[in-house]
Design a protein around this ligand. Sequence first.
Ligand SMILES: Nc1nc2c(c(=O)[nH]1)N=C([C@H](O)[C@H](O)COP(=O)(O)OP(=O)(O)OP(=O)(O)O)CN2
Ligand code: ZN
Length: 148
Amino acid sequence: MLITRRLEFDAGHRIPNHTSQCKHLHGHRYAIEITLSGDIITAEGQSAQGMVMDFSDVKRIAKEQLVDAWDHAFLAYRGDKVVCDFLASLPNHKTVILEVVPTVENLAQIAFDILNPAYRDTYGNHLRLKQVRIYETPNNWADCMPGE
Ligand SMILES: Nc1nc2c(c(=O)[nH]1)N=C([C@H](O)[C@H](O)COP(=O)(O)OP(=O)(O)OP(=O)(O)O)CN2
Ligand SMILES: [Zn+2]
C-alpha cells in the first residue's frame, strides 16, 4: 500500500550558470510529496490501525529532518562563492549550503537521501520511502526514487 503526504515550504535559490531568469536571486513556494509503502496496520486498538503511517507522523519526521531546515532558508550552491560570501555577511541569515546546484532535481535527490533512513522500518510494517517529489513551481517538478 502506498500513501503520500504533501508539505509546502518557501525557499530562495539561484542557478548561477543559468543563461536565463534563474541566475537571479529568487524564491519559490516549493511543495514536497513524500510517498511511503508499507503494510496496513491491523492491530486492534492501535491509533494507527488501518493506516500505513499516521499522516501526522509522516509530517513530523519530514519537518524534523528536512522541511524546517529549508523553510525560509536560502539554498545556495557551495561553488556559488559570491552568493555564499554575501549570505555569510548577513547576521543570523538562514542559509543552507549544498554541494550541488539547487535545481529541483538535486533538491529531490538530497531530500530522498535525508528522508530515506528517517522513515525506513520505523513503524513495524516494512515501511519504505518509495518516492520524493518536489515541485519548484506548480508546473515543474522532479521525482526521486530508490536507486536514482
Ligand atoms: N530541469 C530544470 N529546469 C529548470 C530548473 C530546474 O530546477 N530544473 N529551474 C529553473 C528555475 O529555478 C526557475 O525558477 C523555474 O521557474 P520558472 O522560471 O517560473 O519556470 P517556468 O518559466 O518554466 O514556469 P512557468 O510555469 O512556465 O511560469 C529553470 N529551469
Ligand atoms: Zn527557481
